[in-house]
Each structure stands twice: as structure tokens, then as C-alpha cells.
Unconditional design. Structure first.
Length: 294
């Protein structure tokens, strides 16, 4: 790869330039796209011209500001499938973009490297946000002092086994409405709302591996109705087996009463709020200078 040769080519004033993108999905599959009218090939990747994928203006800087761009394309079975997007295979996928001399692909320059952020459906196509490498600097690092629990239910700090008997439910979907509202057999062992904020995983069928987050969980006419925040893969069908894990709202009371896990609670419920910090002791009312826990 020669950026110097590409620079010399650009200086001639008559150029044969196009753009190429490589997307590395979460499952390891690498897909190549180009806005040229013919396929290109380099670095062991075939960059296909028939996908309809294009990129919007790329915003880059020399500082630590996050680079932003957009990729716009059409959904097709040959390239990017709607079912793969719904299954989350493109969430956080790695992206590289080159400026390429299509007459001699050895003359190219890497102009962008980052990942895919938010993906939005637009009619028969999609719009994907591209995030630069500096996006990682926006992630919170270290301990955060806050009233809610900072652990993730079931992780190494929480230590609750969400897949154990009495915690999760494995059952078959009876009906599915809109890909996001499921009717399940009755589950009297679990109170209504037990799975709210929890995770639903499809275990078999065409949508095996698809994961959704539970929005509502309630008893309805002798059956269990579970509503997800987003629709699952298009292959999800009645009769598929699902596993539903409980949800947690991060409150101390929930950790104690629902999971009997108070010793592993990672929040600070006694941290005073902003009103308390600017208040002063008075003889009447709650601001008497005494303990907040009575």
C-alpha cells in the first residue's frame, strides 16, 4: 500500500479515485463495499460494487474529538440482511475506509478506522452511524459513587446465577405479535414483573442466538405476556424455545428482597443528594442535623 503514490496520482489533476469500506462483524465475518462501478480486491477482501452502500461526509480532526460519519445502504440478501442487523451482528462492528485508485489498488490510503454505532431502518434501506477510535474515551472508567447498584446482574461482582432454577424460565413461544410481543404458557412460580428489564434469548429455530431486552412482563388470561423493547430477528416464530432471565432495577430493596443478595450490592444508597448538600440544620423539620437513617 502506497499513500505516497496515491498523493502523486491526486496531484496529476486527472484521477481514478473511489472509496472502499471493510466491515468486520461480531461473528468475525468481513464484508467489503465500494462506491466504484466494479468490484475491487486487496488485503484479501473483495469490495463489491453491487451493494448500494455509500458513505456520507466524513468529519475528522487532529484532536481527541470523536470522528463522525454515516454509511447509507440498501438491505439485500447478498450483502447486509435485515435479520443480521436485528440479531445485533453489526452492533459495534469494526469499520475501515480507504481512498483507492481503482486503476491500481496498490495506491490507497486508510482514511477512517472505527466502529458502527447506532443503526436506523429507513424504508428498504438503513443508516449506520460510524464512530472513530476516540469514541472509546467516552466510556466511564473506574468506580462511580452512585445510589443505584453499579454491577450488572449476574456478573462477577453481582454473583447472582440468573440461569439457575427459580431465577430463569425456559419455555416455548405460543404466539408472537410484531416480533416483540410474546405470549407464553403460564408461569405461576414467577410473580408478574419478575422478568421486566431482563434478557430473553432464543435457543433454537432460525433466530437462535437472538437476544432482546424485556420491557413488560405480566399475567394475561392464564398466560404470560412478555413485551420486548425491540423486535427480534425476522426468523423468530411460534414454537421456538426461549430463555428469559430476571431483571433488576438496581435498588437496594430489589437486591435484598428479590435476589437475597444484599452483601454484593454495589451501590451507595446513603449518599446525600444535592438538596442535602446545600441545606443547613434547623430546629423544625427534617434538617435538624441528625442522622438521615432513623
Amino acid at each position: 500500500m502506497s499513500a505516497a503514490a496515491l498523493s502523486a496520482h491526486l496531484k496529476t489533476g486527472v484521477t481514478t479515485i473511489c472509496r472502499a469500506w471493510a466491515v468486520t462483524r461480531k461473528d468475525g465475518m468481513v464484508l467489503g463495499f465500494t462506491d466504484h462501478d466494479r468490484d475491487l480486491e486487496f488485503d484479501g477482501i473483495t469490495f463489491r460494487a453491487s451493494t448500494g452502500l455509500t458513505a456520507r461526509a466524513l468529519e475528522q480532526s487532529t484532536g481527541l474529538a470523536v470522528d463522525n460519519a454515516e454509511a447509507v445502504g440498501a438491505l439485500s440478501d447478498a450483502a447486509i440482511r435485515e435479520a443480521d442487523i436485528a440479531a445485533g451482528l453489526y452492533d459495534g462492528a469494526g469499520v475501515k475506509s480507504w481512498l483507492v485508485n481503482w486503476a491500481d489498488v496498490s495506491e490507497r490510503k486508510l482514511t477512517f478506522r472505527g466502529s458502527i454505532g447506532e443503526i436506523q431502518r429507513q424504508g428498504p434501506g438503513f443508516r449506520a452511524e460510524l464512530r472513530g477510535l476516540a469514541e472509546a474515551l467516552n466510556q466511564t472508567k473506574g468506580a462511580v459513587y452512585q445510589k443505584p447498584c453499579a454491577a450488572v446482574l449476574g456478573d462477577g461482582r453481582c454473583k447472582v446465577d440468573t440461569k439457575s432454577s427459580g431465577m430463569s424460565l425456559e419455555t416455548q413461544a405460543v404466539t408472537i405479535e410484531g416480533g416483540s410481543v410474546l405470549t407464553l404458557p403460564a408461569a405461576p412460580a414467577f410473580p408478574a414483573g419478575w422478568f421486566a428489564r431482563g434478557r430473553l434469548t432464543v435457543l433454537d429455530g432460525a433466530a437462535a442466538g437472538a437476544v432482546g431486552v424485556v420491557k413488560r412482563d405480566r399475567d394475561l388470561a392464564g398466560q404470560r405476556q412478555v413485551e420486548l423493547w425491540e423486535m427480534l430477528s425476522a426468523g423468530f416464530a411460534p414454537g421456538d424455545t426461549v430463555r428469559i432471565e430476571p431483571g433488576c432495577d438496581k435498588r437496594l430493596e430489589t437486591c435484598r428482597d428479590k435476589f437475597d443478595n444484599l452483601l454484593n450490592f454495589r451501590g451507595f444508597p446513603d449518599i446525600p443528594g444535592e438538596d442535602w448538600l446545600v441545606s443547613y440544620p434547623v430546629q423544625a423539620g427534617v434538617n435538624d442535623g441528625g442522622s438521615l437513617r432513623r
